[in-house]
Design a protein around this ligand. Structure first.
Ligand code: SF4
Length: 165
């Protein structure tokens, strides 16, 4: 899984300062794609060295790291989301598919965008969009909770409308 480019962004994830990693080899081929170069095999392989280098350069203010794409590599996306959370950052994934890949465990995700790009409906900032951004809330069973309480629960909160205000 390769990083074609990266940015520090403020709007893609509400209320977070986000290091966005733009992943190449996108398999989605959405008509009128806004970033057609991302379907190519370009960029630098995502490694610990690359991630730590970026965090060293920009880390202090970053609260969230977002994997933008990577739909061709869901197992790797899952690993990196997990790794990001171990670093104390929120983990976000912008998928270009209409459904979350099974390989990506929701327990590793703090923010999830799903939905293919459809030019006629627009992206997240358009109220007509088919895309959705979810905040995933995680709760874990406390030691005092009854034994029939689930060990962990993950609630999907649709926060797409925060882009329209
Ligand atoms: S998911 Fe994004 S980068 Fe991939 S084809 Fe669709 S619009 Fe382009």
């Amino acid at each position: 899984m390769k990083v074609a480019s990266y940015d520090i962004v403020f709007q893609e994830i509400p209320n977070e300062v986000t290091l966005a990693l733009n992943i190449s080899q996108c398999p989605c081929h959405c008509p009128k794609c806004h970033s057609p170069h991302l379907s190519e095999d370009i960029g630098e392989t995502l490694t610990e060295d690359l991630l730590f280098g970026l965090l060293e350069r920009y880390g202090a203010g970053i609260t969230c790291i977002c994997i933008m794409g990577g739909d061709a590599f869901p197992k790797e996306v899952n690993y990196w989301l997990w790794r990001i959370r171990t670093l104390g950052k929120k983990a976000a994934w912008y998928s270009g598919k209409d459904k979350k890949a099974d390989e990506v465990e929701i327990r590793n995700v703090d923010f999830l965008k799903i939905g293919s790009y459809k030019e006629e409906l627009g992206a997240l900032k358009q109220p007509t969009t088919n895309q959705r951004l979810y905040r995933i809330r995680h709760t874990f069973r406390s030691a005092e909770a009854p034994q029939d309480t689930p060990l962990e629960e993950h609630t999907w909160e649709d926060i797409t409308s925060s882009f329209w205000k």
